[in-house]
Design a protein around this ligand. Sequence first.
Ligand SMILES: Cc1cc2nc3c(=O)[nH]c(=O)nc-3n(C[C@H](O)[C@H](O)[C@H](O)COP(=O)(O)OP(=O)(O)OC[C@H]3O[C@@H](n4cnc5c(N)ncnc54)[C@H](O)[C@@H]3O)c2cc1C
Length: 419
Amino acid sequence: MRNLLILGGGTAGTMIANKLHKRLPRDEWRITVVDRDDAHHYQPGYLFVPFGGYRADEIVRSRHHFIADGVELVYADIDRVLPDEKTVQLEDGRHLVYDYLVIASGTTPRPDQTPGMLGSEWRRSIFDFYTLEGAEALGRALQTLDRGRLVVQICEMPIKCPVAPLEFTFLAEAWLREQGIRDRVEISYVTPLDGAFTQPVAATHLGGMLAERKVDVVTDFMIESIDPDRKVLVSYDEREVPFDLLVTIPVNMGADFVARSGLGDELNYVPVDKHTLLSTAYDTIFAVGDASNIPASKAGSVAHFAVEVFVDNFVEHVSGLPMTRAFDGHANCFVESGDDKALLIDFNYDTEPLPGKYPLPYVGPMSLLKETHTNHLGKLAFRHIYWNVLLPGHPVPLPALMSMAGKETPAAQSDHQEA
Ligand SMILES: Cc1cc2nc3c(=O)[nH]c(=O)nc-3n(C[C@H](O)[C@H](O)[C@H](O)COP(=O)(O)OP(=O)(O)OC[C@H]3O[C@@H](n4cnc5c(N)ncnc54)[C@H](O)[C@@H]3O)c2cc1C
């Protein structure tokens, strides 16, 4: 028997286990998934928790329920990988051997990385919504907000779901209007980027939406520390932003075991070939999903599209054949914008988000870079697709690689304007 060991049973690890269980001969392969617990979280649902949108039981399910019978699931904290011995050491002292290893341990918010964040104001006036506990605590704090300064702040890129802080800002602005207290609450969006988003067309579009909603945008803000006594954010260039309620996206980092194994970069992400996801150091190790260092968004959609390509390549690689498919960094993200509307953005390594229609060219029904109610319904429907289609590894009728069909390129847009 050959052993495939998958570290992490989240979005990517679950899909990989289920898809390869169908593809690899069962009398030749043993597939094992390791995760620390049995709670699988639908993380995109965290966004709605502070506003009463989802309860915990709607976004947390048993992990084992989604992993195919025949795949072994081991509950343990991973201590380290010993790549030369093709062995993984677990914190409880057990060892697991592998022929091929997939690191799918994701990325985690690390409030401990910013001085002052975990001080006296943590979960009093400083909150995150990248964890379920954080999102629930923030929901309670919002109920007591009556006036003052609400600051939404990103510590450092990359973060998972880079549009989620914008979505939170749009939803908070709409929620404050609904509560009748918008005029008493100033909102600031504080980012280390030079605009609202990483990509120029989307940054202009999303920046315009923040301006329309009278959200003050503070750019190029590299946080040095938080002073909890004075309730201010302090940057390396000595600027200060005061807050009454801070919603922070802490530094996101890959798993510590990746660093202990000597397999990570400075943020514990595993260096891989961006097209095949094969480790640049070992040809028996892949990293898929948020755990790798590919220059794509850290998002469930990217994990899904990458898994489609990875599975075909993996089957070739273990048969001694060259890998013939190349992942293009395809990302597809809904951006909730408040008032039951959302935008959709679709992009890859080389092409930035552009206006147009998706998935059917000229038809949609989704609109790219445009706020519509249909996009919002798509975002809500995604939770059902996640549990019932994506995780079990069923085919999704969307191409894994990005398509230009239906997209309005800058050249096409200027031809249209001239006509
Ligand atoms: C607020 C928020 C909103 C989001 N919204 C969207 C969205 O709208 N669209 C979208 O596409 N994506 C969204 N995402 C991102 C998406 O959830 C992630 O990109 C996706 O889950 C990544 O999958 P993954 O398998 O790489 O990592 P994960 O799903 O995080 O899985 C990693 C697994 O590894 C396990 N693990 C890690 N370290 C260890 C260890 N030492 N020992 C044992 N087990 C370990 C963890 O327990 C976990 O189960 C959002 C994320 C957040 C936080």
